[in-house]
Design a protein around this ligand. Sequence first.
Ligand SMILES: O=C(O)CCC(=O)C(=O)O
Length: 252
Amino acid sequence: MPDLVSDEVVEHYRQEGFIRIPGVLTPQEVKSLLEVSLLRLDEAEKVNWDREDGRVMDWVPHVDRASEELRGLALHPRITAIAERLAGVPLRLFKSELLRKGTAGSALTPLHADAPAIPFSGRPVGLTAWVALTDVPVERGCMSYIPGSHLVPHEQDEARERDPFRCPSNLVWEPRVTVPVRAGDVTFHHERVLHLAGRNDTDEVRVSLATVYMDAESVYEPSDLVPDDLGGLLPGQRLDDDHVFPLIGARG
Ligand SMILES: O=C(O)CCC(=O)C(=O)O
């Protein structure tokens, strides 16, 4: 497969911790995957994330295990090739979630980093491919990032001990970059970069697939924040189940 991203793009991602790659999916791919996704969101069991001010979003967990089409998207050759190029090491798929941010009245996705929810130790290269299946202008709840926040220590304090997803106090006042996306664009963000998403103030839902990939050599490190034992993995065990945690490069 030809190189899909330039050295400059890779360097930008490594410095900033996020990047938007426009037009990764064709309009035909977007159309058919959105149809499949809307059906799944109607029919599948979902997790709701509610806060005092409204619903942040709901999602279908591990959707790649139940839908052939969405597994195909989580392992899409263009997306996985870009993910491995950005990470610079072989990767495995950890999980893929079909996200929906509802229409007007939804709540914002608070500022956080993903690393506490990734119960594996390995090289710190884990990343998420966030595939927009609808246009996501600022008003529909696109993501914002704190550039470079994956490269600085995240200050630990009592508040973060209670809530590991809380933004570290040394980063709260750092500037944020807001990244609207078109359907078919993919944003990639590093597991340690701080990010948030706005409310959806429009009358159309925001639909996206968020797939997390991690270092292929990672080993399981149980975390209270991930109650699932991930199919009986033992602490320190390598993720060598190629069906549950497939090597993504193998398809490229
Ligand atoms: O879609 C959102 O609002 C947030 C997604 C997110 O935090 C993630 O994919 O890591």
